[in-house]
Design a protein around this ligand. Structure first.
Ligand code: PAF
Length: 325
């Protein structure tokens, strides 16, 4: 009897301990980005982490995997697709291999300015685009931003599209970006991020990215010429694994979706407030800047993309027409 009582009380304590453990154990969300602390993606990820901790009163915690610790953006997308990573913030570029329609957002010179980008991406067209991701196993939550992309190179100042001729330009792993730079006369080379060594060793002459990236990754050390082309609005899509997302109670989905939306809005403001500061720092670091290139020459050539095969698939074509009108 004494033995039975002892066994029962041990069992009761074990159950209590397990129950208490379960009640207090925080849910851990794994979120992947390819870039380092200080980058546009990190600012958004960090804000999301803090909002989730605060709003869930610590019961949900976001763990950031950054600086390439999960591989390239393509690798991260695959891991989210397979539900090995819960969430990610990914640049539009590598995305179009998974969901071809999203390349529409990166169509050159599509958005006049940040306000227009917000209006469209936060509106029905943006939501339609996010819904397309489900087919590929992603839940699209919000758009944050990398910013408008600008061309840099270490060979010559670029003021008109003719100056691009023959430059070996690294592009993101995206058929659209490759096609764009081919159309502009460059010799595009798709490569995963980061690319400092390739620029330093001269494997490539140039690259294109928003100003914050040039600063955070010290590209001014290996690139002399910066041209403010602003040719592509580089959005991030903030996603979750669809399988994982569907497994969450709806109150948690609501909390996470709102937190990601708020983090994205915060990060876009942060990005915009810092553009001039980054430009000044890059100039002070010795970059020679062409501030007013002949953009009409770039636009005229980039227009040709509209008629190319990459936009021929009917769904993509239909979305492109909607975005362009
Ligand atoms: O050029 C890229 O690959 C992207 O713009 C980067 C630097 C990863 C930032 O999102």
């Amino acid at each position: 009897n004494a033995l039975l009582r002892l066994c029962l009380s041990v069992l009761a304590v074990t159950i209590l301990v397990l129950a208490a453990g379960n009640a207090t154990a925080a849910r851990i969300i794994r979120l992947g980005i390819v870039t380092t602390p200080g980058s546009a993606q990190y600012i958004c990820a960090e804000k999301f982490r803090d909002l989730v901790a605060e709003r869930s009163q610590g019961s949900t915690q976001v763990k950031l995997f950054h600086s390439g610790s999960l591989g390239s953006e393509t690798d991260i997308l695959q891991q989210v697709q397979m539900n090995a990573v819960d969430m990610a913030i990914i640049t539009l570029g590598p995305f179009d291999t998974f969901v071809p329609e999203v390349k529409v957002i990166s169509f050159p010179f599509l958005f006049r300015d940040h306000e227009q980008a917000d209006e469209i991406l936060d509106g029905p067209l943006g939501r339609e685009m996010l819904s397309k991701l489900e087919r590929a196993g992603f839940k699209g939550l919000a758009f944050s931003e990398n910013g408008f992309r600008n061309l840099t190179n270490d060979t010559r100042p670029v003021t008109t599209v003719d100056d691009v001729h023959g430059l070996k330009i690294r592009v993101m792993e995206s058929a659209m970006h490759k096609e764009l730079w081919k159309t502009l006369g460059a010799n595009p080379t798709p490569m995963a991020w980061p690319i400092y060594t390739e620029l330093q060793q001269g494997t490539i002459d140039g690259q294109e990215n928003p100003l914050s990236v040039l600063w955070v990754y010290k590209l001014y050390e290996v690139q002399k010429h910066l041209t403010l082309t602003g040719h592509v609005y580089s959005a991030h899509i903030d996603i979750a694994s669809l399988v994982w997302w569907k497994s969450l109670p709806s109150v948690d989905q609501e909390l996470l979706a709102t937190a990601m939306h708020d983090a994205a809005v915060y990060q876009r403001q942060w990005n915009r407030q810092n553009v001039v500061g980054f430009l000044n720092k890059l100039k002070a670091a010795g970059m020679e800047v062409v501030s007013n290139p002949d953009l009409s020459s770039f636009k005229a050539q980039a227009e040709e993309l509209k008629h190319m095969d990459i936009f021929a698939e009917p769904n993509t074509r239909a979305l492109l027409d909607k975005f362009l009108n």
